[in-house]
Design a protein around this ligand. Structure first.
Ligand SMILES: [Zn+2]
Length: 161
């Protein structure tokens, strides 16, 4: 079997951040890396689950909701994938900064009732907010050089199509 693109990436070099991953069939996949891989610090399963509910709800209620295809957790618990259409890296970064700020103001996890969720007891609103706050700081601290590199990856992928 072929190695898929996300396994081709050298995880030893992967830093927390907001990474352009792939562009396929018009759908862009972003790697929202909260944690440095294999560094002993992972998002707890309950916080991971709650962030999925919180961000999926916020993004699908945003003014870009038509452009959101999917938001979900990485099994390794170091981050999330976001799949979009029609949005640039810059558009998506702005959207995420607002979405994670909104997440900090939630007073409950959306869709966390028994009839709405497959594991409704495994949630942690405060733990999720703590992780969202840390990730927001990562997004705010991305410097010009990193942003230019990510936009370059996006441009190369668009040219290849
Ligand atoms: Zn759930």
């Amino acid at each position: 079997m072929d190695k898929i693109p996300s396994f081709q990436k050298n995880h030893d070099l992967l830093q927390p951040g907001f990474h352009f991953s792939t562009l396929q069939s018009g759908i862009t996949t972003y790697d929202l890396r909260f944690k440095k891989p294999n560094a002993g610090d992972f998002i707890s399963p309950a916080a991971l689950h709650s962030i999925e509910h919180m961000l999926a709800t916020i993004l699908r209620n945003s003014d870009k909701k038509e452009d959101i295809i999917y938001f979900g957790p990485m099994g390794c618990r170091t981050g999330f994938y976001l799949l979009t259409v029609n949005l640039t890296y810059n558009d998506t970064l702005l959207l995420l900064k607002k979405a994670f700020t909104d997440a900090l103001n939630l007073s409950e996890v959306p869709g966390a009732k028994k009839e709405e969720c497959g594991n409704y007891l495994e949630h942690d609103l405060e733990g999720a907010k703590k992780e969202c706050k840390l990730y927001l700081e990562i997004l705010e601290s991305l410097d010009k050089k990193i942003l230019a590199e990510e936009r370059e990856k996006e441009n190369i992928a668009k040219e290849r199509r």
